[in-house]
Ligand binder design. Sequence first.
Ligand code: NAD
Length: 338
Amino acid sequence: MAERCVVVGAGGISNAWFGPLKTEGVDVAAVVDLRVESAQAQIDKYELSAEAMSDLEGALAKHQPDFVVDLTVPEAHCRVTTTALRAGCHVVGEKPMAASMDEARTMVAASEESGKLYMVSQSRRWDSKHERVRRTVASGQIGEVTTICCDFFLGCHFGGFRDEMDSPLVLDMAIHHFDLCRFMTGADPVAVYALEFNPKGSWYRGDVAASCIFEMSNGVVFTYRGSWCAEGCHTSWNGDWRIVGDAGTLLYDHDQDPVGQRVADMANPGFHRPLADIDVDDSSVARGGMHGGLYEMLTFLRTGAVPQTECHDNIKSLAMVFGATESARRRERVVIGI
Ligand SMILES: NC(=O)c1ccc[n+]([C@@H]2O[C@H](COP(=O)([O-])OP(=O)(O)OC[C@H]3O[C@@H](n4cnc5c(N)ncnc54)[C@H](O)[C@@H]3O)[C@@H](O)[C@H]2O)c1
């Protein structure tokens, strides 16, 4: 029998979810939005036999879904997700997990107390290139990772809520890069020094650029430089990456296949050691982006396999975000606690 869900939030990102829900044969019983007309518009657009509603509790009581898809704005994630968990539903929710660490901890506690799964859709994990980087690093060809660098520079004129946020880059975008760092290398955050700033000529109200140095587990250092207010010579949305190990380096930039070099002869006494190209993994991810996250939820429902972005893990990526904003505010090193 098809799994049943209720979708909450019928805004822009819901367009990335209704296709995969249909492809996987999920029964969308209701679409809930504060603006019921937005819910109805998406139901019409995707030809769903769902009910448009504005009352979440009522929708859960009436339709008894197996899981809830939380596509609301970050400020609503805690309320929507805890309401769904306490009503006995599993939840897959959009990133970022929450608008504060306190809210995120409340959500993790609600998952534990209800015995229901809460996972975050960290969509960039389900991407063939990122899987190739992860597997190539794990192959050991560059040795043990010591240093990670990511640059992200785009000039983006969004209009809307991002123009008014205090920390649009770190809160809304860098969460993807911080999570990718953890995904691709397996390193977890320890502490951070960060500077957030709003470059001259910026069209944003808040600090839209940041330089962050993270101390990661095993002594790894991750340096992140980013801006959404950088005209020209754009990086990719995924960022441009250099991952250095004690035996080689892997580069991943402009969304091209990763390339790398490793030391061919460790015993060679020359100034530069002889190098050889790395064999880069060529895996493909069958279901990319939101489809990948949805499929991990469905796999959990069918087999019990815990998704990689289950809340106890994903909160570590969120902690990098709030560690960075706190360090920038205090202008000092901040230890990253969960
Ligand atoms: N993974 C990605 O790449 C990606 C890309 C864009 C957005 N997102 C995330 O998706 C989420 C939604 O973003 P969006 O661009 O769709 O925003 P949006 O503003 O277009 O849509 C949000 C919708 O949620 C509704 N809503 C807000 N609070 C609600 C509540 N309490 N109950 C019911 N409905 C509520 C709003 O009325 C609106 O229709 C955000 O967390 C955002 O960060 C992720």
